[in-house]
Every structure is written in structure tokens, then in C-alpha cells.
Design a protein around this ligand. Structure first.
Ligand code: SAH
Ligand code: SF4
Length: 351
């Protein structure tokens, strides 16, 4: 018998749903409180009538994740989790400590179909979307395991959030609800490779999160080579959507730029990038690209990155180099799952 995902409902939706099943709506709040405390077994929800607990246990589910592997950086305490989902799939999530508190990077899909050439996640294509409950559970599980309170969330793990639009928005709305996790929208960042219709839809949602765009190239020629999404929505269209987003929300956009040796890191690239972004309320984040097994990309050296940054600064573009956290545990997403898959394949290949 198929079961209904109860975790993906807001308290209001749950109240309506329970009412339709003949239960009083105040039960929704009680259930929500249990879930917020991490109690997911309906049989343990002792303030519900016994018969209701049994019905819920038979017909409903609370999707969650379990910790399959956990790596802790000995350099800066960054924690990387490989989570197992109810159907046996795995996703990654990273917990990082900053001055202002703990920030968690979560996944929105198992795999990704965008195929960026430098990315480990994209290598296996898209397996499936995550539900909002599975996104929420990544935070709850990390908080329970580590004992810290997550104060900001970035949707920058595995997957393209705007390719799983409805569940991501539902997740954001669940995050804003009072109770367990409760994180304000100003402490949430969403990163996209440039799904233009998604950006324009997001603009209308009136959710004041921080939008990050993975730009990684100053022109269509380089960008289409490294990011196939650019063939569908070229740079001009993307930056036009960004300008509209800034005008509608008043929020600064963050552009991610992974520096790949000999690909996108020349002086000419810096000058072209400055030209493109001039006048926009934005910030550029330079990231030394991470190596990925099976790919030949090399990160630009320090001097090149500094020079690139100087050119942008001279053109009055806001720019920083991203601090690398968890470098000893390969904290960028997609790698751990791939390693686990490869080990799994090796196991299967044994007689
Ligand atoms: N799909 C979304 C969010 C997940 S990827 C997006 O692309 O924005 C999160 C970030 O990691 C993106 O900025 C992506 O471009 C970057 N990234 C992917 N592979 C990387 C690598 N090998 N080195 C550095 N950054 C990488
Ligand atoms: Fe997908 Fe983002 Fe990786 Fe591109 S960088 S393949 S969009 S996860």
C-alpha cells in the first residue's frame, strides 16, 4: 500500500487534510510539534488517541535520511555527510562553521541533468528529485547528530534547485514555518546554473533569499563549452533575468566564478566579465575549482586568481575569493557519493 508523505505538508495543509479524514484540526499542531522534536514514529506520539496513532502508522510516512558516512575536517571542523534516503539513494550535505554560526549546504536532487563539465554531481545525470521533506530532513539529521543549531542554509549541494522548482519552494515555505528548524529567508541562499524561467518565477514568489548564479564564464563561447545550460539560455538572457530580479527584489545577486586554469581565468576574461556586470547590484565570488576524479581540470594558481580579482576591483566590481573549508575532506559536493558508488560497483564486480 502506498503511504502519504506527511512531512511535506505545512501545518495548515496538514490541518485541512486531517479534517477531511475526520480528525480535529488541532491534531496537526501536535503532530508538527513531535516532528519538530525529531519524533517520526507515530506510535510514540503519546498525546494522540491510540487508534489515530495506528491509522497514521499504517497510511502515512515521514521521509527522512540516515547517515551513511560522515567525514570531519581536522583543519576547520567542517562536517560532510553522505545521507541514505528511504529508497537507498544517497545525497551529500556539508555543515560549515562561520563567525556568525553554522551554515549547511543541502542537496535538492539525486544527481543533476545539467551536465556542467567541471562538476562531479553532473557526471551520472539526474536520478530523481528530492521531496521537500527530504531536504528538511538533511538539516534535522545534521542538527541532531552534531548538536549544533543551523542558522543559515545554502541550496548548493547536489542538484539544480530550479530544476526541482515546486518541491524547493515548498521546502523554503516549510523552513519559514515556526517550529523545529525555522530559518529566516535572509539566511538562505539558492544557487542556480542559470535556469532563466525559474529565476523569473522565483522573482514573483516574494521570498527574500539570496540568489547565487553559477556564471563561471564571461561569454557564450566559454560558457556553452563548460555549461550546456548556456546553449538554452545564453548569457545575455541570463544577465537580463538577473537585472530584472535585482530591480524587483532590491536584493544583490552573487555570481559564482570557478577559476579553471587556462579555460576562464585570463586577463581578457576578467575584463569581459567586468564589462558584462558593470552597473549591476552584485558580488563576484571567485572559487579555485576543485579537482574531480576522472576530469583533467586544474585550478588557477594563486597569482592568477589575485590578478583576476585586481582587474575586477579596478572596474569597481565587488569581488572576493571564497574561503575554502574542509579541503582535507573534499567538501565540495558530488565527490563522496561518486566514491561510494564506485566502491559499490567494485563490490558488485567481485565474484
Ligand atoms: N546546481 C546549482 C547548485 C549546486 S552546484 C548550481 O550549479 O549553481 C553548487 C556550486 O558548486 C555551483 O556554483 C557549481 O558551479 C559549483 N561547482 C560544481 N563543481 C565544482 C568544482 N569542481 N569546483 C568548484 N565549484 C564547483
Ligand atoms: Fe548540476 Fe550545479 Fe553540477 Fe551544473 S554545477 S551539473 S547545475 S549540480
Amino acid at each position: 500500500m502506498s503511504t502519504i508523505d506527511l512531512r511535506s505538508m505545512t501545518t495548515e495543509e496538514l490541518a485541512d487534510h486531517l479534517q477531511q479524514q475526520g480528525y480535529p484540526s488541532f491534531r496537526a499542531k501536535q503532530i508538527r510539534q513531535w516532528l519538530d522534536q525529531g519524533v517520526t514514529d507515530f506510535r510514540c506520539m503519546t498525546n494522540l488517541p491510540l487508534s489515530m496513532r495506528e491509522t497514521l502508522a499504517a497510511a502515512y510516512t515521514v521521509p527522512g535520511c540516515t547517515i551513511v558516512r560522515k567525514l570531519v575536517s581536522s583543519i576547520d571542523g567542517t562536517v560532510k555527510y553522505l545521507y541514505g534516503l528511504d529508497d537507498g539513494e544517497t545525497v551529500e550535505s556539508v555543515l560549515m562553521q562561520y563567525k556568525h554560526g553554522w551554515s549547511q549546504c543541502i542537496s535538492t536532487q539525486v544527481g543533476c541533468r545539467m551536465g556542467c563539465t567541471f562538476c562531479a554531481t553532473g557526471m551520472g545525470g539526474l536520478v530523481r528529485n528530492l521531496s521537500s521533506a527530504e531536504m528538511l530532513s538533511q538539516i534535522e539529521t545534521a542538527q541532531r547528530d552534531s548538536g549544533v543549531r543551523v542558522s543559515s542554509v545554502v541550496l548548493m549541494g547536489m542538484g539544480e534547485p530550479l530544476d526541482n522548482y515546486d518541491e524547493v519552494i515548498r521546502f523554503l515555505r516549510l523552513l519559514m514555518e515556526d517550529g523545529g528548524v525555522h530559518i529566516g529567508m535572509r539566511h538562505i541562499s539558492l544557487s542556480t546554473c542559470g535556469v532563466v524561467p525559474g529565476i523569473l518565477r522565483l522573482m514573483e514568489e516574494k521570498i527574500p533569499l539570496t540568489l547565487s548564479i553559477s556564471l563561471h564564464a564571461p561569454n557564450d563561447e566559454i560558457r556553452s563549452r563548460t555549461m550546456p545550460v548556456n546553449r538554452r539560455w545564453p548569457i545575455d538572457q541570463l544577465l537580463d533575468a538577473c537585472r530584472r530580479y535585482v530591480a524587483a527584489t532590491g536584493r544583490r545577486i552573487s555570481f559564482e566564478y570557478a577559476m579553471i586554469d587556462g579555460v576562464n581565468d585570463s586577463d581578457a576574461c576578467a575584463a569581459e566579465l567586468a564589462d558584462r556586470l558593470r552597473g549591476m547590484l552584485c558580488h563576484v565570488n571567485l572559487i579555485p575549482v576543485n579537482s574531480v576524479s576522472g576530469k583533467t581540470q586544474k585550478r588557477s594558481d594563486r597569482r592568477r586568481i589575485e590578478r583576476f580579482m585586481e582587474i575586477l576591483k579596478k572596474e569597481s566590481i565587488n569581488v572576493t575569493v571564497r574561503r575554502t573549508l574542509g579541503s582535507d575532506i573534499n567538501a565540495s559536493c558530488g565527490q563522496l557519493r561518486r566514491q561510494a558508488d564506485q566502491q559499490e560497483n567494485r563490490k558488485e564486480a567481485l565474484p
